[in-house]
Design a protein around this ligand. Sequence first.
Ligand code: SF4
Ligand code: SF4
Length: 378
Amino acid sequence: MIYRKFDKLNIETSLLGFGCMRFPTMVDGKIDEEKAEEMLDFAIKNGVNYIDTAYPYHGGASEPFVGKVLSKYPRDSFFLATKLPIWQINTKEDVYRIFNDQLHRLKVDYIDFYLLHSMNQESLDKVKELGIVEICEQFRKEGKIKYLGFSFHDKYSVFEELINYYDWDFCQIQFNYIDKDTQAGIKGYELAKAKHIPMVIMEPIKGGLLARLPKEISDIFGIGENRKSDSSYALRYVADLDNVNVILSGMSNLEQVKDNVDTFSHYQKLSDDEKIMYEKVVTNLRKRLKNGCTACRYCMPCPFGVDIPGNFAIWNQYGMYDNKETFKNRVNHFIKNDKFADKCVKCGRCETLCPQHITIRDDLEHIIKDYNNIQYNN
Ligand code: SF4
Ligand code: SF4
């Protein structure tokens, strides 16, 4: 396992962090504790020392489970990260209540890395209004948290405002080789680096999509028995950024844990040839897009409830990654919420507003056809 030093904090963490939001589950949806514990134990035995959970993961069951497993290990042998769900906070008292509940659930006296969870403009306004950072500073003075940071999901301008709001110990953004310009993106990375704020990266494998590339794309990384997994290429791309201290992977089975541990145990920096391969992979993935929707939302709202950019996002992702099961599940969710393409009555209003001149009505028809093909032919 390779480790990176948080210069600012004078500690060293494993570059691979264990994300505790996608543990294996049983038929009733509860965490399969036997399998999940085996995964955590394997990771820890092989050098992973950064464990990341959050109040809402697994419907609130992740923290108590993680607390139970980690209680077997000396408290100073791991770094524990968890997050304050800002959207559940309405008063200062809520912060104290949830924080104390977290210490109780996790069976610890202190949390190493405490994050304001999933920050966006709305939550930043709330953090300022309620003085949440000041409360967290008080927790730090009392020795109940060691380092304060945030995880982020909004556009770059909000990231800029947030990172300049406080002298954060670290921050967490989503980043991977296909989404370099999404949310905080590479610009956010550069800004954090310039401010000497170390980074934790989430979604390095894009929720698993980059672990199962279509064959013709995957082959660009090479073929043959000795070729490493698609996941390893996704992880190494992020690892090449020197201001990244932890790369979180939300692992769902032991094979994934073993593969990720292997990636960071035999870690090699990217060669120039490999860097060219990533560009080729990205170009070829983009060629598979079904249409050129930029999600600008100028066409919205549809008077009949169709979430036009939402449908196209699902469809484009299906085109890029050929992920039939995810496509089907996401369409089913849209159908349930009356947002699916089948609600279109072809009034044509949206097409007059689309700057990309997308033939929206035809494309919505194609989505329905693709869905029906998967639904009835698989
Ligand atoms: S053409 Fe369809 S999607 Fe577009 S506005 Fe009319 S009903 Fe909505
Ligand atoms: S206006 Fe066109 S590009 Fe913009 S979200 Fe609608 S379909 Fe997509």
